[in-house]
Design a protein around this ligand. Structure first.
Ligand code: DQA
Length: 154
């Protein structure tokens, strides 16, 4: 089973970007701890980060055939990208939305996520730990889907 870990704009700058908001942990560090957890859970991970909406759309589309679930931090696209929202709704696999910061405690424009209504769930404000929790949730959701499918064929 493979899980896609998808990060949107500016998340490549984690560690040096506004450390008072996002902390000092780099995206590579987060990915390393995800790899460790993936080993424990016996799943494979595919990591992808892009600053381009179209590239994120293409990766979500490719996940239909390749992945059982997606962990997605859409960055600022969270708040206005109807195209990414439609892709999340279209792909038919669980997508867990993650934000390092508590978007509800920040500027007004960050309080709304256009992704949330079509995501399987949302984890906000827990820093890098949110990605680990999202991986556990993604695997549980994907495995449930496999069980549900298997029950249907019995
Ligand atoms: C973010 C929150 C967004 O509002 C912001 O634009 C980001 C990061 C987060 O992880 O807290 O780029 O998604």
């Amino acid at each position: 089973m493979k899980i896609l870990v998808l990060n949107g704009p500016n998340l490549n700058l984690l560690g040096q970007r506004e450390p008072s908001v996002y902390g000092s942990v780099r995206l590579e560090d987060i990915n390393e701890s995800l790899l460790f957890m993936a080993g424990e859970l016996d799943v494979d991970l595919d990591f992808y980060q892009s600053n381009h909406e179209g590239a994120l759309l293409d990766k979500l589309h490719a996940a239909i055939d390749e992945c059982a679930a997606v962990i997605f931090n859409p960055g600022a696209f969270t708040h206005y990208s109807y195209a990414l929202r439609d892709a999340v709704a279209a792909i038919g696999i669980p997508v867990i939305e993650v934000h390092l910061s508590n978007i509800h405690a920040r500027e007004e424009f960050r309080h709304h996520s256009v992704i949330a209504p079509v995501a399987a769930g949302q984890i906000v404000g827990l820093g890098p730990q949110g990605y680990i929790l999202a991986l556990q949730a993604a695997v549980a959701l994907a495995r449930d889907a496999v069980f549900a499918g298997a029950e249907g064929t019995e």
